[in-house]
Design a protein around this ligand. Structure first.
Ligand SMILES: [Zn+2]
Ligand SMILES: [Zn+2]
Length: 138
């Protein structure tokens, strides 16, 4: 089960939703079962990497879910499908993302604690979490 967090700008009224968590398709599973479905859920580079990793012998596990990232420079928020591939707790691959505005590497952020961010529409630090508009999805 995932949650969608709504943020609204106090200044210009711009609203956006950020997904967090797991759903029907995006969820933790074994790499083997993901590849058997023949559906490409992730970025093609990630998908190709998963196929490559699967050729190695041991059974691997994918932890996939929506996570919220923040640019350390622009303080813009992004929701991304984060993929971590593990082999017995050893991390073989972890998703990394860049800010589409300044290309800085995004930092994973805890949306539960984040109250304010920068509004992507007007650029002011008035993008506020609106708890009345929390949505659950699957
Ligand atoms: Zn940025
Ligand atoms: Zn705004």
């Amino acid at each position: 089960m995932g949650k969608a967090y709504t943020y609204r700008c106090d200044r210009c009224g711009f609203e956006d939703q950020f997904n967090e968590g797991h759903g029907f398709l995006i969820h933790p599973q074994s790499l083997h079962s993901y590849l058997q479905k023949r559906e490409v859920l992730f970025h093609h580079k990630t998908h190709n990497l998963l196929k490559h990793l699967a050729k190695q012998n041991s059974p691997l596990f994918i932890d996939a879910g929506f996570k919220t990232y923040k640019c350390p420079h622009c303080r813009l928020l992004y929701d991304k499908v984060s993929v971590t591939v593990t082999d017995n707790k050893k991390v073989l691959h972890k998703s990394e993302f860049r800010c589409s505005n300044c290309r800085a590497r995004l930092k994973l952020t805890n949306i539960h604690r984040l109250k304010m961010a920068v509004c992507p529409a007007c650029g002011k630090n008035t993008f506020r979490f609106d708890p009345r508009k929390m949505v659950l999805w699957d």
